[in-house]
Design a protein around this ligand. Structure first.
Ligand code: ADP
Ligand code: MG
Length: 921
C-alpha cells in the first residue's frame, strides 16, 4: 500500500491542465478575469524575464513567453482561452522538473522570473469563490545568480561581475574601470580596478556567468561590439551604478554603519560593489546570500593573461573548448568540488608577489614530504561535502535536508583534519591558518545537526522524514499516530476482505480520491448490492475496477492526514530552526570551507608533484627565467606509454652585461617540437606563480607580470576576420603592451601571409621586442633567415630543435640546442605525411633551383644594410614630448650650411654635439 502525503489542494487549476483557462481568461473578447489581471500585472513588472507562473504542479508561460520557451525547450505550444479576442499561447513545465528547464533557458541567455503561489489555495477560497490565489515573483533566475547544484558546475565558480567606469580625465590617460565580482553560491566577493588595456584580460580571467553594466557603458560606441561578443551582459538603469549612494547600499547589506572596516576602496570600486549588491537584492527578492564583505585585490597583484593567451595556452580548456586536455585537467588532483574551484581560480590568476607565492610553495612542500599525512588528509577531504554551496542554498531558502547534512559532515571532517594537522612537524603558515579556521566552528553545532538529522535523507524538505526519531517528542508522537493509523488501514483491508468474501479487495490511495476500496469489475456488482451497499459507497468505475469508500475509511483517512500533516509541520519547523542556526554561524562555516579548499589544492599539488616528478620552483624579483630539464605538463602526460618526453633547458635571463631578459629564436622543422617547447616554458611560469610545483629538474623564475602567447594564423572566422588579420591584431597588442617583466611567446608569427611579407613582419617584430619592449620572449619560426639577427641584437639567442637525417628520412629528436636550423625539412615532413613520391621528387628539384638562385639571400643583405637601431629610434616616447630633443631639433633647423664657413660649420657641429651630450646626461 502506498501512502502519499497530503499535499496542498490544487487551486484554480483542475487536475486537467487544459481546463485552466476557464479561470485564466474569459472566452469572450474583452472580459479580463481577475487571474489574468494578476498575471498581466506581474508580467508588466518583469518585462525582460520569461515569467514562470505557478499554477498547481506546473509553471505556466503565456503569450510571447510561451512562444519563446516552447521553441527553446522543444515543448508543446498550446492555445487556451482568449485575451482581447485572441487565443492565448501557453506552455508549461512541471515544477518537479523545472531545474532542468531553467538550466536550458539560462544557458541560452534568458532570464526567468519565478512566480509562486504565496498562500494555500484554500485560503483564497475562504475569501470567496472567485478569489485568486496570491502570487508574486520570489526570485529572478539569471546566469550570474545561481545557487542550485543542478544549475551549476561543481568545479567552477560562477561569478556575477559588475563593471563601473570612470571616464578618462584626458585623452591620453584612458578610462579606468572598477570590477566587483561575487559568487553567490560560495559567498566570495571581491573588487579590483584596471585600465582599459587590462579589462579584457580581467574578464577572461573571471569568465563571469553574467556581467552587469550601466546603460551608458553598455551603449558606449567603442565597447558595444565587445559587450556583444560576451555571453551575458545586462545593462541596468543608472541608479544601480550611482556612486553617491554606493557606500550606503553596501553598508546596509552588511548591516554596518560604514564600509571602512572592510578596507579602503576607491569611489569607483564602491560603485561597482554596490551595483553587485543591488543586483543580488533585486534577483533574490528578500533573501540574503551569505556574502563575505568585499575584499580588495590590489591592481597588479595577479599575472595578467589576456583571453587569446588563455585560449592559446589551453589553461582551463583546450582550443576545442573542452576541459579534458587542458592544463587544468592534468594538474587537478583535488578530491573536493571546492578544491577544484580554488585550483581553477589560482590557475586563472597566478600571483606576482614572490613572498605570497613562496607561502603556497611552503605548504605544498610540507605535504610533499609527509606522505602519510598527505594520504590521510586527502582521504578525510574526500568525505567533506561542498560546505560553501550548501550554506548558500540554505541561506537563500533553497536548501534541503541534505544541505544540512553537508554542513554537519563538512564541519566534522574539518575538525578531524584540524586535529590531524596539529601532528605535523613545523607546519607552514598556510596550513596553520587553515587548521585554525577549521577549529573555529563550535563543535556543539555539528553535534546538534548530527542529533537532529536521520540517517537517510530525502532530497526535499517537503518529503519529510529527515528528523531523527527521538529528537523531538511532539514529532515522535505525531508519527506514531500516523503509523498506527496505517496499521489500522491494513487491518481494515483484511476485515473487508473477510466480510465481503472478496479476497482480492485492496485499500489504495491516490491524490484525487484519497483512500479507497478497490475490487475488480466482476466483484464490483457484489459490493454494489445488498448487504454490502450499506457499507460501501460507490466512488468510481474504471474499465477493470470499481472503487468505493466507507465512513470508517474516511474517518481514518482524516486522522492519518492530520497526523502526517502535523508530523511534517513539526519537521519543517525544525528545518527552519536548524537553518537559522546554520546561517547565524555562516561566517565561520565559510572560513572552514575555504580552509578545506586550500588544503585540498595544496595536497593535490603535492600529490601531482610526487606522481610526476615536479620540483619546487624558485620565484624571485629578478628578470631571470631559467628552466633546466623542463617538460610540457600536458604533452608529457599524453605521451604516457608512448615515447619518453625529452626534457629541455631554457634560459631567458639577462646576459651578464644587460639589464633586460633574452629573446630566443627557436628554429627547426615542422613537428620538431618548437610549439611544445615554447608553451612548456610559459606553462612552467604560470604553474610556478600560481603556487604549484613545476615539471622540470630546476626552475628559477623572476616574476612575470604579463604573459602573452600568440600563434600564427589561428582561425577566427567566426568574427569575420581573416586569420592573418587576427594574427596581426594580436601581435599588435603584444608589441604595444609588453614590458620588461612580460613574457612573450610568439609561435610562427608572419606565417599567415606571403613569405617575404611574413619574414619582414617577423623581423621587425623581433627588433621591436628587443629594443622597445625589452621583454623576455620565445619566438618560434620557420624563417631561418631570422637567426641572422643574433649577430646584431645582443640579447637575441638562437636555439634549434635537433633532427637527424637518416637515409633521406628525418628523425625528430625533440632536443633543443643552441644554434640555428639551416633547413626546414618541409619536404621530408611532407614525405612522412604520405605525399605521392612524384610530388616529393618534383618538390626537391624545385627547391634546389630556388636555393641556387637565392644564395645572395635577402636576409644577409638586410643584416648589413638596415640600421638596426631603427627600431629603437622609432619606438620610444615620441620626440615631441621631449623638450631637450625639441631644442636640439630647433638648433639644427636654425643652421644654414650655405652661409657658413668651414670653421663655423665645425663649431656648430661641436655645439650640437655638446647639446646632445647634455640631453643624454
Ligand atoms: P612544431 O611546433 O615544431 O611543429 P610541435 O611542438 O607541435 O612541433 O610538436 C610536434 C609533436 O612532437 C608533439 O605533438 C609531440 O607529440 C611531439 N613532441 C614535441 N616535443 C617533444 C618532446 N620534448 N619530447 C617528446 N615528444 C615531443
Ligand atoms: Mg608549431
Amino acid at each position: 500500500m502506498t501512502l502519499a502525503r497530503s499535499g496542498p489542494l490544487p487551486d484554480e487549476v483542475p487536475a486537467d491542465r487544459n481546463g485552466a483557462f476557464g479561470a485564466l481568461a474569459g472566452n469572450d473578447a474583452g472580459r479580463v478575469t481577475p487571474m489574468m489581471e494578476q498575471y498581466l500585472e506581474i508580467k508588466a513588472a518583469n518585462p525582460d524575464c520569461l515569467l514562470f507562473y505557478r499554477m498547481g504542479d506546473f509553471y505556466e508561460l503565456f503569450f510571447a513567453d510561451a512562444e519563446v520557451a516552447s521553441r527553446a525547450l522543444g515543448i508543446v505550444l498550446t492555445k487556451r482561452g482568449k485575451h482581447l479576442g485572441r487565443d492565448i499561447p501557453m506552455c508549461g513545465v512541471p515544477v518537479e522538473r523545472s531545474d532542468e528547464y531553467l538550466h536550458r533557458l539560462i544557458a541560452l541567455g534568458h532570464r526567468v522570473a519565478v512566480c509562486e503561489q504565496l498562500e494555500d489555495p484554500a485560503e483564497a477560497k475562504k475569501r470567496g469563490g472567485k478569489s485568486v490565489v496570491r502570487r508574486d515573483v520570489v526570485r529572478l533566475v539569471t546566469a550570474g545568480t545561481l545557487t542550485e547544484d543542478t544549475l551549476l558546475d561543481a568545479r567552477r565558480n560562477n561569478y556575477l561581475l559588475a563593471i563601473a567606469r570612470a571616464r578618462a580625465s584626458s585623452a591620453e590617460s584612458g578610462s579606468q574601470f572598477a570590477l566587483a565580482f561575487l559568487d553567490i553560491s560560495t559567498g566570495e566577493f571581491r573588487v579590483t580596478e584596471c585600465d582599459s588595456a587590462a579589462l579584457g584580460a580581467e574578464i577572461a580571467r573571471l569568465e563571469p556567468g553574467e556581467i552587469i553594466v550601466s546603460d551608458a557603458l553598455f551603449g558606449d560606441p567603442e565597447l558595444a561590439p565587445y559587450w556583444r561578443s560576451l555571453p551575458a551582459v545586462m545593462p541596468l538603469a543608472r541608479d544601480v551604478f550611482d556612486g553617491a549612494t554606493a557606500e550606503r547600499r553596501l553598508a546596509a547589506y552588511f548591516a554596518v554603519t560604514t564600509t571602512e572596516g572592510f578596507g579602503t576602496f576607491s569611489r569607483l570600486e564602491l560603485t561597482a560593489a554596490a551595483a553587485c549588491i543591488t543586483y543580488v537584492e533585486r534577483t533574490q527578492i528578500g533573501r540574503k546570500p551569505p556574502l563575505s564583505p568585499p575584499s580588495r585585490e590590489a591592481p597588479g597583484s595577479t599575472l595578467i593573461i589576456d583571453a587569446a593567451t588563455r585560449a592559446n595556452l589551453e589553461l582551463a580548456r583546450t582550443l576545442a573548448g573542452e576541459r579534458r586536455g587542458s592544463l587544468l585537467s592534468v594538474i587537478d588532483r583535488t578530491v573536493t568540488a571546492a578544491g577544484s574551484r580554488l585550483l581553477a581560480q589560482r590557475l586563472s590568476a597566478p600571483l606576482t608577489d614572490p613572498e605570497s607565492i613562496g607561502r603556497r610553495h611552503d605548504a605544498v612542500e610540507a605535504l610533499l614530504m609527509d606522505a602519510a599525512a598527505r594520504a590521510d588528509l586527502r582521504a578525510r577531504l574526500a568525505a567533506a561535502p561542498d560546505l560553501a554551496r550548501a550554506l548558500a542554498r540554505l541561506a537563500v531558502g533553497r536548501g534541503g535536508p541534505r544541505d544540512l547534512a553537508a554542513i554537519r559532515d563538512g564541519l566534522t571532517a574539518g575538525a578531524d583534519i584540524a586535529a590531524r594537522l596539529a601532528g605535523l612537524a613545523q607546519p607552514p603558515a598556510e596550513i596553520m591558518e587553515a587548521a585554525s579556521a577549521l577549529r573555529d566552528p563550535d563543535p556543539a553545532f555539528a553535534a546538534e545537526l548530527a542529533a537532529a538529522l536521520a540517517e537517510e535523507l530525502p532530497a526535499f524538505k517537503r518529503d519529510g522524514g529527515f528528523v531523527r526519531a527521538g529528537y523531538d517528542a511532539a514529532l515522535d508522537e505525531a508519527r506514531a499516530l500516523r503509523d498506527e493509523s496505517r496499521r489500522v488501514v491494513a487491518a481494515l483491508q483484511a476485515r473487508y476482505a473477510e466480510t465481503t468474501g472478496v479476497r482480492a479487495l485492496k485499500i489504495r490511495h491516490n491524490n484525487v480520491l484519497g483512500y479507497f476500496v478497490e475490487v475488480t469489475a466482476q466483484h464490483g456488482e457484489k459490493l454494489l448490492g445488498p448487504p454490502h451497499n450499506g457499507v460501501f459507497i460507490h466512488r468510481q468505475t474504471l474499465a477493470g475496477q470499481v472503487r468505493f469508500t466507507t465512513t470508517e475509511l474516511a474517518d481514518l483517512e482524516a486522522k492519518i492526514a492530520s497526523a502526517a500533516d502535523r508530523a511534517l509541520a513539526i519537521e519543517l519547523d525544525r528545518f527552519e530552526r536548524l537553518t537559522a542556526l546554520v546561517t547565524a554561524a555562516g561566517a565561520g562555516i565559510k572560513r572552514a570551507a575555504e580552509a578545506l579548499a586550500v588544503l585540498d589544492v595544496t595536497a593535490g599539488v603535492a600529490a601531482l608533484a610526487v606522481d610526476h616528478d615536479y620540483v619546487r620552483p624558485e620565484v624571485t624579483q629578478t628578470l631571470e627565467l631559467i628552466v633546466e630539464g623542463g617538460r610540457h605538463p600536458v604533452v608529457e602526460q599524453a605521451l604516457r606509454g608512448g615515447g619518453p618526453f625529452i626534457a629541455n633547458d631554457c634560459d631567458l635571463s639577462p646576459p651578464s652585461n644587460a639589464v633586460c631578459g633574452r629573446i630566443w629564436i627557436v628554429t627547426g622543422p615542422n613537428m620538431a617540437g618548437k610549439s611544445t617547447f615554447l608553451r612548456q616554458n610559459a606553462l612552467i611560469a604560470v604553474l610556478a606563480q600560481m603556487g604549484s610545483f613545476v615539471p622540470a629538474r630546476r626552475a628559477r623564475i623572476g616574476v612575470v607580470d604579463r604573459l602573452f602567447s600568440r600563434v600564427g594564423a589561428a582561425d577566427d572566422l567566426a568574427r569575420g576576420r581573416s586569420t592573418f588579420m587576427v594574427e596581426m591584431v594580436e601581435t599588435a597588442a603584444i608589441l604595444n603592451q609588453a614590458g620588461p617583466r612580460s613574457l612573450v611567446i610568439l609561435d610562427e608569427i608572419g606565417s599567415g601571409t606571403a613569405t617575404f611579407d611574413g619574414l619582414s613582419i617577423a623581423w621587425a617584430a623581433i627588433e621591436h621586442l628587443h629594443e622597445s619592449n625589452r621583454c623576455r620572449a620565445l619566438f618560434a619560426t620557420h624563417f631561418h633567415e631570422l637567426t641572422a639577427l643574433a649577430a646584431k641584437l645582443p640579447r637575441l639567442f638562437n636555439a634549434t630543435v635537433r633532427v637527424k637525417e637518416w637515409q633521406g628520412e628525418v628523425v625528430f629528436l625533440h632536443e633543443v640546442v643552441p644554434g640555428a636550423a639551416d633547413r626546414s625539412y618541409g619536404i621530408q615532413v611532407a614525405k612522412l605525411a604520405g605525399l605521392p613520391a612524384a610530388v616529393i621528387e618534383r618538390a626537391k628539384i624545385v627547391l634546389a633551383e630556388i636555393e641556387a638562385e637565392d644564395r645572395t639571400s635577402p636576409a644577409r643583405r638586410l643584416i648589413d644594410d638596415l640600421p638596426l637601431f631603427s627600431a629603437a629610434a622609432r619606438a620610444p616616447a615620441s620626440p615631441r614630448e621631449d623638450p631637450a630633443h625639441a631644442t636640439l631639433l630647433a638648433a639644427i633647423a636654425a643652421l644654414n650650411p650655405d652661409e657658413m664657413s668651414p670653421r663655423e660649420a665645425l663649431e656648430a657641429l661641436y655645439a650640437l654635439k655638446l647639446k646632445a651630450a647634455r640631453k643624454e646626461g
